[in-house]
Design a protein. Sequence first.
Length: 339
Amino acid sequence: MNKTKIFILLLLSLALITCSVQEDKTNQHNFGIVIHGGAGSMEKANYTAKQITVYEKKLNEAIETGYSILDKGGSSIEAVEQTIVVLENSPLFNAGKGAVFTSNGLNELDAAIMDGSNLNAGTVAGITTVKNPIKLARAVMENSKHVMMIGDGAEKFAKKQNIEIVEPNYFYTEERWKILQRIKENETNKDESYLNKYSDYKFGTVGCVALDKNGNLAAGTSTGGMTNKKYGRVGDVPIIGAGTYANNYTCALSATGHGEFFIRNVVTHDISALMEYKNLSLEEATKEVVMNKLVKQKGAGGVIGIDKAGNITMTFNTNGMFRGFKTNDGNSTVKIFKD
Ligand code: ASP
């Protein structure tokens, strides 16, 4: 083979390599993750610089956990579950360890996960002994014929699934206990709009939504519910379409806030429906529901979302929301207060 032939062959192979790299790029879907750690009446003046750093560090750890799963080609469901486990294991948030107390002084946890690729979902409510309710929700989705399990039955299923069980007092934190006592003292206040002003009503629920490299969306949410909840009250979190929803056709969403309003307004499904039937963008649809519909009813809270193209939203009608995201275009942030 003469030198010219070798040179042409080299050029051809270079062109082939460039082509396949470009093809990979176009085949590769955008991916990313968004999280929240609850919305509420957060005034910057009430937090020390150290407290802010502690929250930001935990939010970053959670985001990195999920993002690295997505970056390695893992599924959005796996990313959502593992991210929420990090937040459930932290006493900083109202989910898992650090959950708020019921009026009887107990911790009753709710969680949900949804797979946007097939609309499968798993949810649990009234859980008192499962360390990570989000793992149980995923087991309900993947290893049972059901969507929702509650109380004792759900806990029996957890044992069968070898999901870690803890003593109920594992969930105890002094801070949440003190909040329950303060709220009980103020129980006579019937005006629900006080939820927005009253710093004890900080919704610390955690949530995560993700889009993976295969274009699949997933959403998950986990909570202790609302402080002083009574009579086996269940909030919006484990109600599919209220606090949690994912659909590859539109978006993945997770909510936090005063659950009764999110149930009545079927908030996350409403946002998805506005996108599906009215062609609104994720941001437009979320703003319509969170900043218009809910505000008119004094329904406090926020929603995070990611759509099938990787656009994100972190919308809230309170003073603040623990939140953050990371997407494959190199953008990322962690925030607590209003901009
Ligand atoms: N939405 C939750 C509930 O009502 C509370 C929260 O977001 O912190 O149970």
